[in-house]
Design a protein around this ligand. Structure first.
Ligand SMILES: *[C@@H]1O[C@H](CO)[C@@H](O)[C@H](O)[C@H]1NC(C)=O
Ligand SMILES: *[C@@H]1O[C@H](CO)[C@@H](O)[C@H](O)[C@H]1NC(C)=O
Length: 350
């Protein structure tokens, strides 16, 4: 009898494990957005906005500059790892990878892009609508690779991460006069929200069911903006932070609407704003020494080609810095933000 009990306990344990495995059902991470999540798609296109050279990637696996805009991994990598999928999510255009890699995660993001087509035009990067074209192309390849049934299952159980919008304001609206002459900032926000809504609706039509929509960071606190604001004391540009807050409020309204209108979808708002502002305002409590300038070069305005290995001023320990270049967080900051988002926003999908 005792023997039988042991066997049933083992069976029960196996059953429980099976239930846990079925419950934790995110077979793939699929990424859309800008440099906050680009794993190297810009390496393969004609743009000056690239980061596939040292010192980018110096703390990445193998010290490799992949085209990620950081010294190491970026949020989709950490999120994929937290979901037990894999430690890095490869770029769709990277010729080193194929459909067998992309079946468990793929990144369509392009640094410099935005919701607005005019934003991607600024630095000739991949517009959001084209990221979706690549995704459709990917669906075809996945169906050939896994078969229709299994591919459809993967596409509907996958977690879709979207992170963009900062460039629409900083690279486009506040840099060129084209958009401000057409839209007030509030109207521009509504225009972008409309595009986000159409995008997710189309994604839903293509089979997506689990979507994380990222809010804007406190974009007035990026070193580049603080440098530009130097004359007034190098504090964060409140105007930009307020636009981010307002836009994020509208994103949450959109998410409520999409969740009630689109059958079977679950869109989650992933908010990096509060945690990032907390880090910037209390750097030492997160183990950072510097919040205002970046590790790379002078830390005030360099990114991309201006942040290269020949620059003698780059810091030696990126872990002391919140920002890697004037626009992008260090790997350590990316990890803190990702852990926060997984725990507080994405845990419904775990
Ligand atoms: C962006 O460009 C694409 C391709 O030309 C077009 O289909 C789409 O309607 C444009 N989006 C907006 C919001 O104008
Ligand atoms: C897979 O999804 C496509 C597109 O929604 C659909 O046309 C096809 O019938 C599905 N196939 C299976 C086997 O579920």
């Amino acid at each position: 009898m005792a023997h039988n009990n042991v066997i049933s306990c083992l069976l029960l344990a196996q059953l429980l494990l099976l239930v846990v495995q079925i419950g934790a059902k995110v077979p793939a991470i699929i990424v859309f957005g800008d440099s906050s999540v680009d794993a190297g798609n810009n390496n393969q296109i004609s743009t000056i906005l690239k980061s596939n050279f040292k010192p980018y990637g110096r703390d990445f696996i193998g010290g490799k500059p992949t085209g990620r805009f950081s010294n190491g991994r970026i949020p989709p990598d950490f999120i994929s790892e937290a979901f037990g999928v894999k430690p890095t999510v490869p770029a769709y255009l990277d010729p080193m990878y194929g459909i067998s890699d992309f079946a468990t995660g793929v990144c369509f993001a392009s640094a410099g892009t935005g919701y607005d087509n005019a934003t991607s035009d600024v630095l000739s990067v991949i517009p959001l609508w084209k990221e979706l074209q690549y995704y459709k192309d990917y669906q075809k390849k996945l169906r050939r690779y896994l078969g229709d049934k299994k591919a459809n299952e993967t596409l509907s159980e996958a977690l879709y991460l979207m992170s963009l919008g900062t460039n629409d304001f900083l690279e486009n609206y506040y840099t060129f006069s084209g958009r401000p002459s057409k839209f007030s900032v509030g109207q521009y926000e509504d225009f972008l929200i409309g595009i986000a809504g159409n995008f997710i609706t189309e994604l839903h039509g293509l089979g997506a069911r689990k979507v994380s929509l990222g809010g804007l960071p406190p974009m007035g606190c990026l070193p580049l903006e603080r440098t530009t604001n130097f004359m007034t004391g190098s504090v964060c540009v409140e105007e930009y932070n307020n636009v981010a807050r307002e836009f994020n409020g509208k994103l949450q309204g959109l998410i409520l609407k999409l969740n009630s209108e689109l059958q079977g979808i679950k869109v989650v708002y992933s908010n990096p704003f509060d945690i990032m502002l907390d880090i910037i305002q209390n750097p030492s409590s997160f183990g950072f020494e510097d919040a205002a300038v970046a590790c790379c070069a002078t830390g005030m305005f360099e990114m991309g080609y201006m942040c290269d290995r020949l620059n003698p001023f780059t810091c030696t320990d990126a872990n002391k810095y919140i920002f890697w270049d004037s626009f992008h967080p260090t790997e350590k900051t990316n990890k803190i933000i990702s852990d926060h988002v997984v725990k507080n926003c994405l845990s419904v999908f775990l």
